[in-house]
Design a protein around this ligand. Structure first.
Ligand code: ZN
Length: 238
């Protein structure tokens, strides 16, 4: 294996299970991996704390990956609060809607995230964006669809006049398969890191530790995570 071509990627890393798995996937494949996080709503304060812990533990527990892990970038996108459901419907509570989506939902959010990320990648000499978008579990989000992201890849590459590949390693995986991918990449050490240090719960609950990780155990994000982990841990009972 030659190293004539240095493969450099920017991972959209929120501190959640999916993006932590994507980060591991990228560290397994690219010679340089940088990360970007977006700060845009209070609910995510917990997730943003988790992301630093995950980065620190990857550096400590995976020496081969630590040498590839580069700069972490944090963008303040507080303006998204002005175009979320919460603002537009004047709900003061960050609550879950009947649809199961958080009331802070922003239409086309991933288009915005990837476009901001591409600007960072361009300036840092990174040619691949890696995101945890997935059609399997999130059919309600049209900006997670494979065709949306392939179209955006073309738009970004043209608009920047530079190659900008959008990789979505979780696109066709369900939650159990996402845990399996983590196990393949980093064994039980990585599974345990993701289980205990990443965050999914919409309510920001970090006080209750379940078999599948921390969370309230009631919200849609917790339900999805629990079902996926149980299918991964005990496939015969599915
Ligand atoms: Zn929850």
């Amino acid at each position: 294996m030659g190293d004539a071509v240095e493969r450099r990627a920017l991972v959209l890393f929120s501190g959640g299970q999916d993006s932590a798995t994507c980060l591991s996937w990228a560290l397994d494949r690219y010679t340089l991996v940088e990360t970007v996080g977006f700060n845009y709503e209070q609910r995510h304060a917990v997730e943003l704390e988790c992301r630093q812990v995950v980065l620190d533990r990857i550096k400590a527990q995976f020496p081969n990956w630590a040498t590839r892990l580069g700069a972490d970038h944090m963008l303040d996108l507080a303006l998204l609060g002005q175009i979320s459901d919460t603002a537009l419907t004047q709900n003061q509570e960050i609550a879950l809607k009947a649809s199961g989506l958080p009331s802070t939902f922003v239409p086309g959010r991933n288009l915005l995230f990837l476009t901001f990320a591409s600007a960072i990648a361009y300036r840092r000499g990174l040619t691949t964006l890696v995101g945890g978008m997935c059609e399997t579990d999130y059919s309600g989000y049209p900006d997670c669809r494979d065709n949306t992201l392939k179209a955006l890849q073309v738009a970004l590459s043209l608009g920047l006049d530079a190659p900008m590949v959008v990789e979505t390693p979780l696109m066709w995986l369900d939650k159990a398969q996402t845990w399996q991918l983590a196990e393949q990449l980093g064994g039980t050490t990585l599974v345990e890191l993701i289980r205990t240090e990443t965050h999914s719960c919409y309510l920001g609950d970090r006080t209750h530790l379940h078999a599948w990780g921390y969370g309230c155990g009631q919200c849609p994000a917790c339900e999805l995570r629990r079902n996926g982990y149980e299918a991964f841990a005990q496939p015969e009972s599915k």
